[in-house]
Design a protein around this ligand. Structure first.
Ligand SMILES: [Zn+2]
Length: 241
């Protein structure tokens, strides 16, 4: 299968888009995603069968980090104040907890500020900037270099200043870094991969939801030492090498 990131440059550009439609409030009960899973392990109320791609769960697009990878998250120097960095780091910590829960054998670490975009393998540089499509509030870009280096940038639109919105946005963008696709049709509150309600409001999800974890777990099931991408189109699909 043709790797997703076979060549040399930007392979993926996904973003949170503004939620243009009127917000329909649906009753989300179990695991609205607003808090980390309370007691370790998957939320008892949610099983893989309840996570329906396009409705309550994002799809895993096939991209994954090599097992054992520690992904370093850097902030571009002076782009975020202390409260903002803390809000972004909360998303990192929450994803890290989720990854441990699902035994993904991948971890994030907040690695501090850097003066420029970091070129190291398995790095994510987070910065302020206007995404290419400027209505977007955030954007994740993958760079796959010829020496097997994969690095990412996450661009946060300056319009997003609210700390909760920043946590929500970062949770969404880190979802992309783990292979999750957008799910703008998903019911609000069911996944971090829905769109924003408005530019400074987030999407009501501030930590990976149970279905996000299940989607990532499906993408990492049977991971081998080969960094590869698979076109996992269905959440429940077993991942072939
Ligand atoms: Zn997105």
């Amino acid at each position: 299968m043709k790797p997703f990131l076979s060549s040399s440059l930007v392979a993926l550009c996904l973003s949170v888009m503004l939620w243009a439609k009127p917000v329909t409030t649906t009753a989300i009960t179990a695991d609205g995603g607003a808090t980390p899973a309370s007691s370790g392990g998957a939320s008892p109320a949610t099983t893989a069968g309840q996570c329906r791609p396009g409705k309550t769960a994002p799809e895993h697009l096939g991209w994954r980090w090599r097992p054992g990878t520690t992904v370093k998250v850097y902030y571009l120097k002076d782009n975020f104040d202390e409260a903002e960095s803390k809000a972004l780091s909360l998303a990192v910590v929450n994803w890290n907890e989720a990854l441990r829960e699902i035994d993904a054998d991948v971890a994030f670490i907040v690695a501090g500020e850097r003066a420029g975009v970091v070129n190291d393998h398995a790095s994510v540089t987070v910065m302020r900037g206007v995404p290419r499509v400027k209505e977007r509030v955030g954007e994740t870009r993958f760079y796959s270099l010829s020496n097997d280096t994969i690095r990412l940038t996450v661009t946060i639109n300056p319009v997003v200043t609210d700390v909760k919105a920043l946590t929500s946005l970062m949770t969404h963008e880190l979802g992309h870094s783990l292979g999750l696709g957008d799910c703008y049709r998903c019911r609000r509150g069911t996944t971090a991969m829905t769109a924003f309600k408005s530019k400074n409001k987030g999407n009501d999800v501030y930590a990976p939801s149970a279905c996000d974890k299940i989607a990532v777990a499906s993408g990492y099931a049977g991971a081998t030492d080969t960094q590869e991408a698979r076109a996992g189109r269905k959440l429940s699909q077993e991942n072939a090498r």
